[in-house]
Design a protein around this ligand. Structure first.
Ligand code: FES
Ligand SMILES: [Fe+2]
Length: 363
């Protein structure tokens, strides 16, 4: 497993940014969810009182019981109707200490003295958006530097909301996935695109790729556009959003979140504008959108298949006709280093780049 250090990314093992940790559907249950990200274990649940999402470190401070691991035999769970979530709180299955959404212990059933202040678990700020749960991960413990992922189209009745494809664990450092944002040379061989215009741009926490051209699978000749336009950006290190104009207008999202140093969990989703162009989606629209999401997933799987088996690329043999890999890697480093050094990396990567022999997208 190649690590962040192996790629010489910077001081931090895990980057700063917004990361997806679960789908909303996964927490639409009364049971807590055991998660592992950033090399640590978490308990995630939806409070049954207010519906708020709570993310706590997984281990009870009393004797380190996992609060969300499977347990069918504790009377805490049995008496709780199959769950240890109580209102917006969670009760440990072992000795029944209860913790509020702020992580503070507020009840020890067999103890009538004051509850020690240190009977507390770390509670992490999380937010729900786009049918997903997001965490701001920050090795320096700072406030979010940019807004969590959101799209105005998500609440537009003319767009079919996505259901996530969970691609599971990829045994690859996220650097290998990030490289894709500037990988001009793979668009033909992997995706069947005939790229006519192409460019990358790096600005602040956003890395963008714009390209257009005919595509083997994602366009149609019968009335829709025969040309696929994609405008794709990483918003920070873990969230890619792509606006596609081809078969249907749609918005692709791919998220990846570190599990350990050198492995990630990956999701894919596609928001599709009503294929029948109605202002309120129909059942037929939803079926067409699901099929189009599947086609998009297959296109993504073409990348995924290569990533599954490749060796880590620490120093690629890049040529001038490749995309700006070294610029993208400098851009990515800003998230692995203290905020005070961000500008140093931006000074080395911000700008618009066109590979040798390609035509710039914006002309
Ligand atoms: S280990 Fe959690 S209450 Fe004892
Ligand atoms: Fe790709």
């Amino acid at each position: 497993m190649a690590t962040s250090q192996d790629y010489r990314l910077g001081d931090f093992t895990f980057p700063r940014g917004w990361f997806m940790i679960a789908t909303s559907a996964e927490v639409n249950t009364h049971k807590p969810l055991a998660l592992r990200f950033f090399g640590r274990d978490f308990a995630l649940y939806r409070g049954q009182e207010t519906g708020r999402i709570v993310l706590l470190d997984a281990y009870c401070p009393h004797m380190k019981t996992h609060l969300a691991a499977r347990n069918d035999t504790s009377y805490v769970i049995i008496d709780g109707g199959g769950t240890n979530v109580e209102g917006d709180s969670i009760r440990c299955p072992y000795h029944a200490w209860r913790f509020g959404p702020d992580g503070q212990c507020d009840d020890i059933p067999y103890h009538d003295g004051p509850i020690p202040k240190t009977a507390c678990i770390k509670s992490w700020p999380v937010t729900e958006s786009l049918g997903a749960i997001w965490i701001w991960h920050d090795p320096e413990g700072g406030e979010p530097q940019w807004d969590h992922p959101s799209l105005p189209q998500w609440h537009d009745p003319a767009w079919v909301q996505w259901q996530f494809d969970d691609l599971g664990t990829l045994e690859q450092h996220p650097q290998e996935v990030i490289d894709n944002i500037c990988d001009y040379g793979h668009l033909g061989p992997i995706h069947g695109s005939t790229v006519e215009r192409y460019e990358n741009e790096f600005r602040g926490h956003v890395a963008t790729q714009r390209q257009c051209g005919p595509h083997r699978t994602l366009v149609r000749e019968d009335g829709g556009s025969p040309i696929l336009h994609t405008d794709t950006s990483y918003h920070g290190p873990g969230v890619l959003i792509s606006h596609l104009t081809g078969y249907y207008d749609s918005i692709l999202m791919i998220t990846h979140t570190p599990i350990e140093d050198g492995t990630i969990k990956v999701w894919h989703a596609l928001l599709v504008k009503s294929p029948s162009d109605s202002d309120k989606v129909t059942v037929q629209d939803t079926i067409a959108a699901r099929q189009f999401q599947h086609a998009s997933l297959l296109a993504f799987m073409q990348d995924f298949e290569v990533w599954t088996n490749k060796a880590p690329c620490f120093n690629g043999m890049f040529i001038p006709s490749d995309g700006p890999f070294m610029k993208a890697r400098l851009w990515y480093k800003q998230f692995y280093n203290p905020r005070e050094r961000v500008q140093e990396f931006l000074d080395q990567c911000e700008g618009v780049y066109v590979p040798r022999g390609a035509t710039a997208y914006s002309g």
